[in-house]
Design a protein around this ligand. Structure first.
Ligand SMILES: [Zn+2]
Length: 110
C-alpha cells in the first residue's frame, strides 16, 4: 500500500509544479526483483488515486528484469528471481545485478 501512496504522492507533487488539473497517467520502472506484485500495486493505486486529481489515471508499469551472470560458464541472462539456475550449464547463480528499481519515470498531465 505504501508504495502506491509514494508513487501517487510523487506524481501529485509533479502535477502541482506544472499547475496541472488532472493526471492522465503515471509511468514507473519496476524491477522484477523489487518484491512488488504488480496486481497488488495496481489495486492499491486505484484506491490511492480516489478523490485526487489522479483519479481515473493509468499506471503504466515497465517491468525491468535483473541481469544474472553465471561464473561457471560466463553466461549472462535475464533474472526475474533472486537466484537463478543457469540455462546454459545448470549451475545455481547468485550474481544478479539490477532488477530492484522502483521509480516514477514520467507523469502525464493536463
Ligand atoms: Zn552457467
Amino acid at each position: 500500500m505504501s508504495i502506491a501512496v509514494n508513487i501517487v504522492k510523487i506524481a501529485l507533487e509533479a502535477a502541482d509544479k506544472e499547475k496541472a488539473k488532472k493526471i492522465n497517467s503515471i509511468e514507473i520502472d519496476l524491477g522484477k526483483l523489487a518484491g512488488v506484485a504488480e496486481e497488488a500495486l495496481l489495486f492499491c493505486y486505484d484506491s490511492t488515486c480516489k478523490n485526487t486529481i489522479a483519479e481515473g489515471s493509468v499506471l503504466k508499469i515497465n517491468s525491468i528484469p535483473g541481469q544474472a551472470f553465471c561464473e561457471a560458464c560466463n553466461y549472462q541472462f535475464e533474472a526475474d528471481q533472486p537466484y537463478m539456475i543457469c540455462p546454459q550449464c545448470g549451475e545455481q547463480v547468485w550474481l544478479i545485478n539490477g532488477g530492484k528499481e522502483l521509480k516514477v519515470k514520467s507523469v502525464n498531465v493536463d
